[in-house]
Design a protein around this ligand. Structure first.
Ligand code: SAM
Length: 191
């Protein structure tokens, strides 16, 4: 069966990568559903890192991890994901971005093109060979349109010798449905 939406498609694509991952990242923890997905589907010795700027997101994520008995496995970081490189500074096997705003919360606290791009660049640099980054972007709202433009410009110019980049979306949904970008590292970029 096809995934119902871009977030489900991201989780579906990530599953085989998680089975062998040591370090994985949720760059936008929100209500913790994606962090829980990462914690549940990685080996017990894997480390999961989750970032969000909102205290309520960190609290909600902490709560659902504790309820699932997975709190120990996850480092919750209340900071912008563009600090990912300096916070982790180690290879990452898989990273998820689920952009935009937290449903049911202040829509003004949404991801922004410049910090998203910086975080995606850092994640692409830290990704292990054979590692996967997924990015779900929401062009149905104004800042999502800009965010998508910036991401598309960056991702479409990644050299194909170093990265495979794909885009998935539902083609027959109204109101600009979310897009999923999937980025797999093939070979290190020389800097
Ligand atoms: C669509 S929600 C994420 C949903 C979440 N993954 C889940 O499973 O519930 C987007 C989240 O990005 C967070 N966010 C906004 N700007 C951010 C930034 N610069 N760094 C990290 N998180 C950010 C928001 O606070 C919000 O919680």
């Amino acid at each position: 069966m096809l995934p119902a939406n871009a977030v489900q498609a991201a989780q579906h694509m990530l599953l085989p990568y998680l089975l062998q991952a040591s370090v994985v990242v949720d760059a936008t923890a929100g209500n913790g559903k994606d962090t829980l997905f990462l914690a549940k589907n990685t080996l017990s010795q894997a480390a999961v890192w989750a970032f969000d700027i909102q205290p309520s997101a960190i609290e909600n994520t902490s709560r659902i991890l504790a309820a699932a008995g997975l709190a120990e496995k996850v480092r919750l970081i209340q900071a912008s994901h563009d600090t990912l490189g300096s916070t982790l500074n180690q290879p990452i096997d898989a990273v998820m971005f689920n952009l935009g705003y937290l449903p049911g919360s202040d829509r003004h606290i949404a991801t922004q093109p410049n910090t998203t791009l910086a975080a995606v660049e850092q994640a692409a640099h830290l990704l292990t060979i054979g590692g996967l980054m997924t990015i779900v972007v929401y062009p149905g709202h104004a800042s999502g349109i800009l965010e998508n433009q910036v991401l598309q410009q960056f991702l479409s110019t990644l050299p194909q010798q170093n990265f495979s980049v794909a885009c998935w979306s539902m083609q027959n949904q109204i109101n600009n449905p979310p897009l999923l970008y999937a980025v797999e590292k093939r070979r290190e970029l020389r800097r």
